[in-house]
Ligand binder design. Structure first.
Ligand code: GCB
Length: 583
């Protein structure tokens, strides 16, 4: 009876039933430093445009009973997970809506152990069911979430996830973005088994050049936790109070840096639970308009990056991440802006290993429903999940709370509360955002500046606004007592299109744009870092002229990642010259 009733409920009512149970940052467990069981491989998929699974309760059928007449799990298409559905089956390329994912797995649970399901990324939201039981809902495409399944785990299990990528005005990001709206379980899913008492999170960083701070969050009954770092000669037994343990100790080791990405292995033991993490230690701070890495000024030779590949969409594996980092290193970069949402955790892990700095960002992009408290709660949750995931990764130096958002009181309140949250969760990093320009006075002018440590500026003089002369004036007007980073500047070029007259969208035009921009930017005392927009071309449904064909062509390398455009060498030469000057 309930089946029929639910299928006739109007939209909000049936969704409200599921949205009550949110999987959020307070339930998250840290995955790094542990072994887990990956639930990857072939799953069964079925588009569910009208959400019949949620309305009519298909999730309740686990295979032991006869399925409803309109549903047949065996007929669903087999697809390898993780992946985005758009690249896996041509008819699904532009599909937006709900996709059902189903898999079965066996599991033996040792007496007393606790088991969690950990999802590293489901776009854009997920409804999770195990053995017919509803576990919860997660909002946000790019951050991890987890749920304890100890009580519902059986020897043979059926996991059903409804992944929904409908764009919505009350989501973060909102309906309109300059990137493709891929959908699906596109990052790994894990089963994580831990002893009854376990280490939930740990946070290891330098408080200043000479002091190491460690904070640990625990779930369990033991009254002490051990921390060992052999190389630093540390072996500490910390008392647990109120499920936490903290210590500050003198630090006399080697700091992590770009040239020498030194890392230390930390082992934590709490009862039978043990985690091991390799962590770099460094400081990051600002002095006037300088950024200081380990107390020395550093100019950020950056580049921006989207997670997008013609064959895999937003799915990345370790090789793809290494390749992006290598292309950026070869370009001469010491920093990457991971725009405009949290990228895969591999990025920060491998950047730690290779010595690359990162700007990490929340998808508070363009216009968001800033006055909606539920949207703020969602943005705060995504920020907390990101910080919990990456705060032990020394490569990450900046949390960015947004990009080019219209200046309203609601936006200021929204974004300043995100900036405060970032600081309270992680005082060891800088907070930034791409700010606004007063086009009349030609000056960076944004009320948000007061809440930030670093000011981002996206500028396209010489492209959208053909008058590059304005940039010179703007830089002269915008000398601040905080670092100003040019977080975007760029021009489109179709790989292989050459024109001696440097026509729009030719490689020559793009190369010329960078030559002229760098003369102004690298010569200006206002600027503490530059981030060309961007390393690779990426898909964007907004870009539909004859050169673009659905791609934003501002990459220095084309979308296949094989063709380096002329501008790649231009930026490389400028960065090399700049580095030789000791900046
Ligand atoms: C911007 C946006 C970025 C766009 C870029 C462009 O200012 O921040 O997301 O892709 O411009 O190419 O226009």
């Amino acid at each position: 009876m309930q089946t029929i009733y639910l299928s006739h409920l109007h939209d909000q009512a049936f969704r409200a039933k599921f949205h009550q149970k949110q999987l959020a940052c307070d339930q998250l467990v840290t995955l790094t430093g542990r072994t887990s069981i990956p639930l990857e491989g072939p799953w069964r998929l079925c588009p569910d445009q009208y959400d019949t699974c949620l309305r009519a309760g298909w999730y309740a059928y686990t295979g032991k009973e006869t399925t409803p007449v309109d549903c047949d799990f065996e007929f669903w298409k087999e697809v390898i997970v993780p992946s985005v559905w758009n690249t896996e089956h041509e008819p699904w390329e532009y599909y937006e809506g709900s996709m059902l994912y189903r898999t079965e797995f066996a599991s033996s649970q040792k007496e007393g152990t606790r088991t969690f399901l950990v999802f590293e990324g489901v776009a854009n939201r997920a409804y999770v069911f195990l053995n017919g039981i509803y576990l919860g809902f997660h909002e946000g495409a790019s951050t991890p979430f987890s749920v304890e399944i100890t009580a519902s785990l059986q020897d043979r299990n059926t996991l059903l996830v409804c992944a929904n990528n409908t764009r919505s005005v009350s989501s973060v990001p909102s309906e309109n973005t300059d990137w493709f709206n891929y959908g699906g379980i596109y990052r790994q899913v894990h089963l994580m088994q831990v002893p009854p008492s376990f280490i939930r999170h740990w946070y290891v960083r330098l408080l200043d050049a000479h002091t190491l701070g460690i904070d640990i969050e625990l779930s369990g009954i033991h009254d002490s936790v051990q921390v060992v770092c052999k190389e630093l000669g540390l072996s500490l037994l910390l008392a647990v109070h109120d499920h936490t343990a903290s210590v500050q100790v003198p630090f006399t080791g080697q700091v992590w840096g770009i040239e020498n990405p030194k890392r230390y292995t930390f082992c934590l033991q709490y009862g039978q639970d043990r985690v091991e993490d390799t962590i770099g230690l460094r400081t990051i701070a600002c002095r006037g308009n300088q950024i200081l890495l380990n107390e020395k000024p550093i100019f950020l030779r950056g580049v921006c990056l989207h997670e997008d590949h013609p064959d895999f969409g937003r799915y990345v594996n370790e090789n793809l991440v290494r390749r992006s980092l290598e292309d950026a290193k070869l370009l001469g970069c010491n920093c990457i802006r991971l725009s405009h949402y949290p990228h895969h955790r591999y990025m920060a892990e491998i950047a730690d290993e290779l010595g690359m700095l990162l700007w990490e960002e929340l998808p508070v992009y363009w216009a968001i429903a800033f006055s909606d408290p539920a949207v703020l709660a969602d943005a705060k949750n995504q920020l907390s999940e990101l910080i919990l995931r990456d705060r032990n990764r020394c490569s990450v130096i900046i949390w960015s709370v947004g990009n080019e958002n219209p200046d309203t009181d609601e936006r200021l309140a929204f974004m300043s509360s995100l900036a405060s949250l970032a600081r309270s969760l992680d005082p060891s990093r800088l907070v930034g955002a791409a700010c606004l320009v007063n086009e009349h006075t030609l000056c960076i002018q944004d009320r948000l500046e007061a809440c930030l440590d670093v000011i981002g500026l996206n500028e396209y003089y010489g492209w959208y606004d053909p008058d590059m002369g304005k940039l010179k004036i703007l830089l002269e007007h915008s000398l601040k007592d905080k670092p100003v980073l040019i977080t975007e500047f760029g021009a489109g070029a179709k790989a292989g299109f050459h024109d001696a007259e440097a026509a729009l969208f030719s490689e020559e035009r793009q190369a010329l744009f960078y030559k002229q921009q760098f003369v102004l930017l690298l010569g200006s005392p206002t600027v503490s870092g530059t981030f060309p927009w961007l390393l690779y071309d990426f898909r964007s449904p907004r870009r539909m002229n004859k050169y673009q064909g659905g791609y934003n062509r501002k990459g220095l390398i084309d979308q296949s990642r094989r063709h380096k455009k002329l501008a790649y060498a231009t930026v490389q030469t400028e960065y090399r010259r700049f580095k030789e000057q000791g900046r």
